[in-house]
Design a protein around this ligand. Structure first.
Ligand SMILES: [Zn+2]
Length: 234
């Protein structure tokens, strides 16, 4: 009788031990996968952005993440910002023509590293924390304003935030000129006012995305946003 009880105890111990090892293994696997799993969960069913229509038509948004093998060769602008070298000649031409016409722009933000994008996110979260939001509230509020790491077009090097130089032009002048003319240089207004439901991003009159002259003309003339335009091609 006593022997049987001892045997049962030993058996019980073995089960507990097996369970413990199992739990530890699962936790370890989850800890490693945690970041990607959590991030992808927050971004619905995130997929990797496709380059099937060419590098200039890559679609990066809350749903499509920049591919891990995305390589960017940079050209540094005079104010320290950088852009993908492939868009530089058209950007420079556009800026030259603007200045000739009395409009004075600056690239307020061009290419961003993942680290820089994370810093912007942290800053935004902290500003909400400072306003008295809880940690989870601050995080979800910040996500409405700043794209998560890997989901910002700025990480491609193909997007630029263009503002006025602060001395010779007003923001309104710069935005109005861009809205009418940027397409001629291969740039599109990426987040139009009437497409926020589709882009899931607020209207940003300063954010321009290079797609090349052919696509920019078609997008400008059709009034489609990039999501719709790519959707039509698929
Ligand atoms: Zn931007």
């Amino acid at each position: 009788m006593r022997q049987k009880a001892r045997k049962n105890r030993r058996h019980g111990k073995r089960i507990v031990l097996t369970l413990l090892v199992l739990i530890l293994t699962i936790s370890a696997v989850l800890a490693v996968a945690n970041q990607t799993v959590l991030q992808d969960f927050l971004h619905f069913n995130a997929s990797v952005a496709s380059m099937e229509h060419g590098w200039n038509l890559i679609l990066v948004n809350g749903e499509y993440k920049i591919p891990k093998d995305w390589k960017v060769e940079l050209t540094e602008l005079s104010n320290g910002q950088s852009v993908d070298s492939r868009i530089y000649p058209d950007l420079q031409q556009m800026f030259d023509d603007m200045r000739t016409q009395g409009v004075y722009p600056v690239v307020a933000s061009g290419y961003r590293t993942a680290k820089k994008q994370q810093e912007l996110m942290d800053e935004k979260v902290n500003s909400f924390l400072a306003q008295g939001y809880s940690k989870s509230e601050a995080k979800s509020e910040a996500k409405k304003w700043v794209a998560g790491v890997g989901y910002s077009e700025h990480q491609t090097g193909l997007a630029v935030d263009i503002n006025a130089d602060g001395a010779n032009s007003s923001g309104q002048q710069v935005y109005a000129w861009l809205a009418d003319n940027a397409w001629k240089y291969g740039f599109i207004l990426r987040y139009p006012e009437d497409k926020t439901e589709i882009t899931k991003t607020d209207y940003e009159p300063w954010h321009y995305r290079y797609v090349g002259k052919e696509a920019a003309k078609e997008i400008y003339e059709s009034g489609l946003c990039l999501e719709e335009y790519i959707g039509m091609m698929n």
